[in-house]
Ligand binder design. Structure first.
Ligand code: AMP
Ligand code: GLY
Length: 429
């Protein structure tokens, strides 16, 4: 079967690697892809916002499965339009992608189905939002309702910070995404990313991970898309995992089906483990980046068969070998261009990437570009150096050894990815 993967980040290089390894994959196309995906299939230029063009490409190249990496095409209804043309596509339809596309939508679903999450209120008016924030006090969390590329959340430690965030969002600082704002109770606890693949009726757990969102060591500095991750997350014990499945994932899948907008695809729950148990922070309608990179290093099943079973509504009939996971841990370190998450300069040359990989190490590309035969930086997050190991500690050591083999003076990375898990492993010794 020919497969078309949409996206160009480290997540997509990891997905491409797993899809290409499936016995069911004949030819893999990636739109637009990156130099890493080019080693696994054919990168193509395709305007993915033009759904008719994507449909035409699939027909012309006999594509039997489309895999959508990022959220924007999901929210825009690419899967709806492909399905209408009879083309199988993995990912939720537009109405179901609202779980990521609208925080207010998710909050209302949580309220209707008693899914544990922060108390909240949604506002379309600055004066009312300001009055509510003053009544509640700080710390408090201000979120743009729409998609804001990870920049739409302000955890305000003081009331003036909260009011500044409201002014910025209602003042158009995030464009249309801030036309409505959700104000949330501040929750405290350790965070984890938990994944499930669903066919609209049933679901299978699909691993867990811990991301590192802040740009600098010790979780300091501004939020980013993610500077590193590891899987599994020891903080998600078997008991906690079961609670997340029973109290968060199961009612979401059932609720979306009951509303007539079944969710098909990967459901990524950002959870926080509070003193009262796990609570949902947010949903994403896609794999996490860089969480996907560590999940793919651990997943031993057949990703193509899992995705097709989800689309066809027969997840519960999948043979166990198509769902196998390695017991090993995986850890990924993101190498970013100096200045990230602010402005970065493109074009610096990166050496040593091919030699840095090995049997337990994959260097996934994100923002890279080949210029005159040289690998160069072409984005904020540039590489995701990902390693397997018997423990998180071992995976961490291998990942940083590989990082140190890469010669890129204009890049940086956090040196403490996995620190919580490494401390737990040390304690357990
Ligand atoms: P989000 O984009 O919704 O994942 O939020 C980004 C980050 O803001 C999360 O990973 C949390 O660290 C933090 N955050 C969001 N909502 C809350 C909340 N209600 N309480 C505490 N922290 C939060
Ligand atoms: N790593 C966080 C995300 O993909 O949203």
């Amino acid at each position: 079967m020919n497969i078309l993967l949409i996206g160009s980040g480290g997540r997509e290089h990891a997905l491409a690697w797993k899809l290409a390894a499936s016995p069911s994959c004949d030819k893999l196309f990636i739109a637009p892809g990156n130099p890493g995906t080019a080693t696994l299939g054919e990168n193509i230029a395709l305007d993915v916002s033009n759904h008719a063009a994507v449909t035409d490409f699939c027909r012309a190249h006999d594509v039997g499965l489309v895999v959508v990496g990022p959220e924007a095409p999901l929210v825009a209804g690419l899967v709806d339009d492909l399905a209408a043309a009879g083309i199988k596509a993995f990912g939720p339809r537009s109405a179901a992608a609202q779980l990521e596309g609208s925080k207010g939508f998710t909050k209302e679903l949580c309220a209707e189905y008693a899914i544990p999450t922060a108390a909240f209120a949604r506002f379309e008016d600055l004066a009312a939002a300001r009055a509510y924030v003053r009544k509640k006090g700080a710390p408090i969390v201000i979120k743009a309702d729409g998609l804001a590329a990870g920049k739409g959340v302000v955890v305000a430690e003081t009331l003036p910070q909260a009011e500044d965030a409201l002014d910025m969002m209602f003042g158009g600082g995030l464009g249309q995404a801030g036309a409505a704002v959700v104000v949330e109770e501040f929750m405290s606890g350790e965070e984890a990313s938990v994944f499930a693949i669903t066919d609209g009726k049933s679901f299978i757990p699909f691993g867990d991970a811990q991301d590192h969102k802040r740009v600098f060591d010790g979780d300091r500095g501004p939020n980013t898309g993610g500077m590193g991750a590891y899987s599994p997350a020891p903080v998600v014990t078997a008991e906690v995992h079961q609670q997340i499945m029973d109290r968060i994932i199961a009612p979401t899948v059932a609720g979306m089906a009951a509303r007539g907008t079944p969710y098909v695809g990967v459901l990524y729950a950002g959870v926080i483990l509070t003193a009262e148990g796990p609570k949902l922070i947010e949903y994403n309608a896609r794999f996490g980046d860089p969480e996907c990179q560590v999940l793919m290093l651990r997943f031993r099943g057949d990703l193509v068969q899992v995705m097709l079973a989800a689309i066809d509504g027969r997840l519960d009939a999948l043979p166990p070998e198509q769902l196998a996971w390695s017991d090993e841990a995986a850890l990924t370190v993101v190498m970013a261009a100096d200045g990230y998450p602010g402005a970065v300069q493109a074009g610096s040359v990166i050496r040593g990437v091919d030699a840095a990989g090995g049997p337990d190490v994959m260097v996934f590309h994100a923002g890279t570009k080949t210029v005159d035969g040289a690998l160069t930086a072409a984005g904020g997050r540039v590489l995701a150096v990902t390693a397997r190991g018997a423990t998180v500690t071992e995976a961490q050591r291998r990942a940083y050894e590989a990082v140190d083999r890469i010669d890129w003076p204009q890049g940086f990375c956090r040196r403490d990815i996995g620190y919580r898990a490494v401390a737990r492993e040390r304690q357990a010794d």
